[in-house]
Design a protein around this ligand. Structure first.
Ligand SMILES: Cc1cc2nc3c(=O)[nH]c(=O)nc-3n(C[C@H](O)[C@H](O)[C@H](O)COP(=O)(O)O)c2cc1C
Length: 339
């Protein structure tokens, strides 16, 4: 079924077809009979996974960027995911980069995007998350980013305001410091800046939990383009500052071996061409964290075999984005049933 739909969607501009798909999921999710139908179609049974003190009904999640403004939580939750990562959400609304900003590379099963965090802002997303019908059949994570016009030296203010706003609205939060499309953002992964940022977050969450009890786990999403030394530093700080998990990885700036006419477009590359790099990063992160905190693997997971490999390498959970665009929602069920 999806291969027919894909033929139509792939004739449209990638961002336009994404909006259509998201809108269809929003409508289907808000109408009980169609939500019930989707649930029946994609229902799977699987052994639950424990991570970050949470129980995920299966290890397959939706990666950040697919539903940035929490428009289709109900519909997406009917596709069989164990978790949805909503966002990236920024504190204030912002438009992101000019279009076109998403390019399909069908020859290689990849996507290049330079969205630049278009976001309707935190107030809007908070309302959307609150509106989603409970109980949901999966957990919700919120991926947080700084506004383009917030200087790097003040980035921690954005993240802390976002944490305050969302701490009690999400099952977990992700600090996104690895998108290649916000100028300077990835510098926050450097030892000194990361110590400051995560130190401030650690202090804030202590204050929150002292005041109101309990807190959502906080994860950090890292880039696949860190060298070994940078990665050692980043993971050292993440552990030192008491973060609860790592998401490896975001998109890459690398363009090795691409043939597509879009290969010179600026932005982050995802999908199949990212797989080898994301796997290598996962292996290194597994070694560095030594079992102290769980890891979510993302980057080029396009098949049940890819998913199995990531879990065998030591990931507790996995996330999909580009695989969903090329293979459709049946990929989720195929992965879960093959584990
Ligand atoms: C169009 C597009 C938009 C994305 N937007 C975000 C984002 O807002 N925040 C984020 O952390 N990751 C974002 N990502 C990265 C994905 O979450 C994921 O880490 C990456 O694409 C690798 O997984 P994949 O190969 O399965 O796509 C985006 C990816 C794509 C393709």
């Amino acid at each position: 079924m999806y291969s027919h739909l894909r033929r139509i969607l792939f004739r449209l501009d990638p961002e336009r077809s994404h909006q259509l798909a998201l809108n269809a999921l929003r409508l289907a999710g808000n109408f009980p009979p169609s939500k019930w139908f989707l649930t029946q179609l994609y229902e799977t049974s699987s052994k639950p996974v424990q991570a970050f003190g949470l129980t995920f009904k299966n290890p397959v999640g939706l990666a950040a960027g697919y539903d940035k403004d929490a428009l289709a939580i109900n519909g997406l939750s009917a596709l069989g995911f164990g978790h949805l990562e909503i966002g990236t959400v920024t504190l204030k609304p912002q438009p992101g980069n000019p279009r076109p900003r998403v390019f399909r590379l069908p020859e290689e099963g990849g996507i290049i995007n330079r969205m630049g965090f278009p976001s309707r802002g935190s107030s809007y997303v908070q309302r959307q998350v609150t509106k989603a019908r409970r109980p949901l059949s999966c957990l919700i994570g919120l991926n947080l980013g700084k506004n383009k016009d917030t200087p790097l030296t003040e980035a921690s203010n954005d993240y802390i305001d976002l944490i305050r706003r969302f701490m009690f609205y999400a099952d977990y939060l992700t600090i996104n410091i690895s998108s290649p499309n916000t100028i300077g953002l990835r510098r926050l992964q450097g030892r000194e800046m990361l110590e400051q940022l995560l130190g401030a977050i650690q202090k804030e969450r202590e204050d929150i939990s002292l005041g109101r009890g309990g807190h959502s786990p906080i994860l950090v999403k890292i880039s696949p383009d860190l060298n070994d030394e940078e990665m050692d530093d980043a993971i050292g700080v993440i552990l030192d500052k008491g973060m609860d998990g790592v998401i490896a990885t975001n998109t890459t700036m690398a363009r090795d071996g691409l043939r597509s006419k879009y290969k010179r477009e600026s932005g982050g590359l995802s999908g199949s061409p990212l797989a080898v790099k994301s796997e290598a990063v996962l292996s290194r992160v597994v070694k560095l964290v030594g079992g102290k905190i769980p890891i979510i693997s993302a980057g080029g997971i396009m098949s049940p075999e890819d998913a199995k490999k990531r879990l065998a390498l030591g990931a507790s959970l996995i996330q999909l984005y580009t695989g969903l665009v090329y293979r459709g929602p049946k990929l989720i069920k195929e992965i879960v049933e093959n584990l």
